[in-house]
Design a protein around this ligand. Structure first.
Ligand code: ZN
Length: 253
């Protein structure tokens, strides 16, 4: 209880400090954007017995693609801090529309390989399980020169796959888009609310391999051209990473 109390105090302090630089994903403020993510709360050391005994359901490979910020105004009460967080926007594009288009094109590629794909809004169904879950975002910064993409997974991953999925995505996404890597993965990415099954009902199942993508900076003209005008390349980069991952896990031929 004592440690929890301390962790809670740190969380509150971090939350207040974070209030000074709310941002979409990077440590730079996006105008008027509250955070999309939770602060630094850890899951329990050991998941519950039912998680250890968990077996993958029979059936084809399943993937969830979340279009970040989509239908943000429809979140349940436990996530009501997300209301009004529409993400970054630039060049006449709102982030959610860019994210949704990327998700749809990625779904089309995966479907051709026999993968079952759900496209999800900001709210994830309770204990949502798939072989892979990818939250799709596009970054924003007041500094228009900031560019690049990055991927992150939850701090503690009980599936044993999130690290590998992240690694593969870095490779396939860079190759497909030609974008540079941005090394500034934030606490908010690793503490993404949809990963936090120990805290929220509307979050992924602990046995869902989950990753969050910041696909590039919508506020950077050259990144934006890729995200908006070369969405097939962006989708191909994400789909290839997921396909390679599912193949390694013997879920695809
Ligand atoms: Zn976002």
């Amino acid at each position: 209880m004592r440690i929890r109390g301390i962790a809670f105090a740190i969380f509150i302090t971090a939350g207040l400090a974070a209030g000074l630089w709310w941002t979409d994903g990077l440590g730079e403020p996006a105008e008027g954007a509250p955070p999309y993510a939770e602060a630094d709360l850890e899951p329990p050391d050991d998941p519950y017995a039912w998680v250890r005994e968990w077996r993958r359901p029979e059936g084809p490979p399943r993937v969830g693609l979340q279009a970040g910020h989509w239908k943000n105004d429809e979140v349940p009460e436990e996530l009501n801090r997300l209301v009004g967080n529409t993400g970054s926007s630039s060049g006449g594009y709102a982030e959610w529309e860019v994210n949704l288009k990327i998700a749809q094109e990625t779904k089309n590629i995966l479907k051709q390989r026999g993968v079952e794909v759900d496209i999800l809004p900001a709210t994830v169904p309770p204990k949502y399980w798939t072989d892979a879950f990818l939250a799709i975002h596009a970054d924003g910064s007041l500094d228009k020169s900031k560019s690049g993409y990055k991927f992150a997974h939850p701090r503690r991953d009980f599936t044993g796959g999130a690290d590998r999925l992240t690694e593969i995505l870095y490779e396939t996404y860079g190759k497909a888009t030609g974008l540079a890597v941005d090394l500034n993965v934030t606490r908010n990415m690793r503490g993404y609310y949809a990963f936090a099954w120990w805290r929220y009902e509307h979050a992924v199942h602990p046995m869902t391999t989950a990753v969050i993508a910041e696909t590039g900076f919508l506020t950077n003209p050259s990144d934006r051209r890729v995200l908006v005008d070369k969405t097939e390349a962006v989708a191909q980069g994400l789909a290839s990473g997921i396909i390679n991952f599912l193949t390694e896990r013997n879920l695809l031929e």
